[in-house]
Design a protein around this ligand. Structure first.
Ligand code: ADP
Ligand code: MG
Length: 377
């Protein structure tokens, strides 16, 4: 069997303070993360974020400016040949020799990797897993993009590496092929450690256990998929179509508890206007809004969640981590306050949004946790 039993234990991939400069431009800016054995990690980021650069370094195809990468405990700089034996890599542009048949291509790769497993048996198992048996004797250039991608994936499995790295594996595929390739990656993830890069959030949500988000060469989030999904699903922006006098409706919306922002989005349609509403994190305003508007006899004739772009997601996640860090700092400061009365004031300060220090105790607390407003600018 080509597959290796899954054991979630120590780190399979360790990236430590990795930097890559292209001349004066920094493509990867001091990133560190680890991947445990058996994990499927999604490396998510917009175009130009530094995903391919990072993956090319992890797989030993590109040199790093500084930092270190180790695979299965083997340092990529010290022992690249040994480290590479543990990795199967599907680059963004799969290196397919399109004039070869699938069989010729896989044998070519088998030889290239100096694979010692029984060749025919090993390749037959790989073709079974990647479902390319039907096209084994066909010339690669005549295959559909979906099949070609699967041949590319088959190539990564030669030699039974524990780690497989996929760079944007579904780009250019049609929806049916995307599902097939995602399913295949999910299957491989049961027995391998996988890193998959993509700029599509749904892709990592569908396939990965954990998501590392990279933007402009820096890691901006490293979270379990369920946490990111929660942050995203906690959708805070709606468009609401409401019948009623525009100025009054707008100021009413702005005054509602749980609504942090409201603006007019679209022009009049009959007596209705469309508003963009943003709610506080963790508060679902929809039901209350419906009844409040009904009481005013302003009919709510449309309410729609506004989708989140990758940029919005970064902002949400970075904002939430920032908020959390500030909260923890404040709590720590309040714990340093001497007596119960001081702690009580400190607690109120945490709860209060605008924390202008009035009393001496409040001033002391502010001095301890610093000036948040300045920090936010
Ligand atoms: P991603 O895969 O996330 O789209 P890349 O790793 O390809 O991002 O690129 C990261 C940044 O590095 C981009 O700004 C890109 O223009 C730049 N870059 C990538 N490859 C090179 C190169 N060979 N020479 C100079 N700049 C490069
Ligand atoms: Mg790329």
């Amino acid at each position: 069997m080509i597959l290796i039993r899954k054991e979630v234990s120590d780190f399979m991939i360790k990236i430590d303070h990795l930097v890559k400069n292209y001349g004066p431009n920094c493509a990867v800016d001091d990133i560190s993360f680890e991947v445990k054995k058996g994990e499927i990690v999604g490396f998510l980021g917009p175009n130009g974020a530094g995903k391919s650069t990072t993956m090319n370094i992890i797989t030993g195809y590109l040199s790093m400016t500084s930092g270190s990468v180790s695979i299965a405990g083997i340092d990529m700089l010290d022992n690249p040949l040994e480290a590479k034996k543990h990795i199967g890599y599907l680059p963004e542009q799969p290196p397919l020799y399109t004039d070869m048949t699938v069989e010729e291509y896989l044998i070519f790769n088998y030889n290239l990797k100096h694979c010692s497993l029984n060749r025919d048996k090993h390749l037959a198992e790989i073709c079974e897993v990647t479902k390319i048996k039907d096209v084994y004797k066909r010339v690669i250039k005549n295959l559909s993009k979906g099949y070609r991608q699967r041949v590319g994936i088959a190539q990564t499995l030669i030699g039974s590496p524990e780690v497989i790295i996929f760079d944007e594996p579904t780009v250019g595929l049609d929806p049916k092929q995307i599902i097939e390739v995602r399913n295949l990656i999910r299957t491989l993830g049961k027995d391998h450690t996988v890193i998959l890069s993509t700029h599509i959030l749904q892709e990592v949500q569908a396939v990965c256990d954990r998501i590392v988000i990279i933007n402009k060469g820096k890691i901006v989030a490293d979270e379990l998929t369920e946490n990111i999904t929660r942050a995203v699903e906690n959708n805070r922006r709606f468009s609401a179509k409401i019948c009623g006098p525009q100025k009054e409706v707008l100021s009413f919306l702005k005054s509602r508890p749980g609504i942090v922002y409201a603006e007019v989005l679209a022009q009049r349609d009959g007596d209705a206007y469309t508003y963009m509403i943003e709610s506080e994190v963790g508060i679902d305003i929809r039901k209350n809004l419906f009844f409040a508007l009904a009481e005013k006899k302003w009919a709510l004739i449309g309410l729609e969640a506004l989708g989140m772009s990758l940029e919005d997601i970064f902002i949400t996640i970075v904002d939430q981590t920032g908020t959390k860090a500030r909260y923890e700092r404040k709590t720590k400061a309040s714990n340093q306050m001497k007596n119960a009365a001081e702690a009580e004031v400190a607690k109120k300060m945490i709860e209060k949004k605008t924390a202008a220090p009035n009393s001496e105790v409040e001033k002391k607390f502010s001095a301890l946790f610093g000036d948040d407003e300045a920090e936010n600018k």
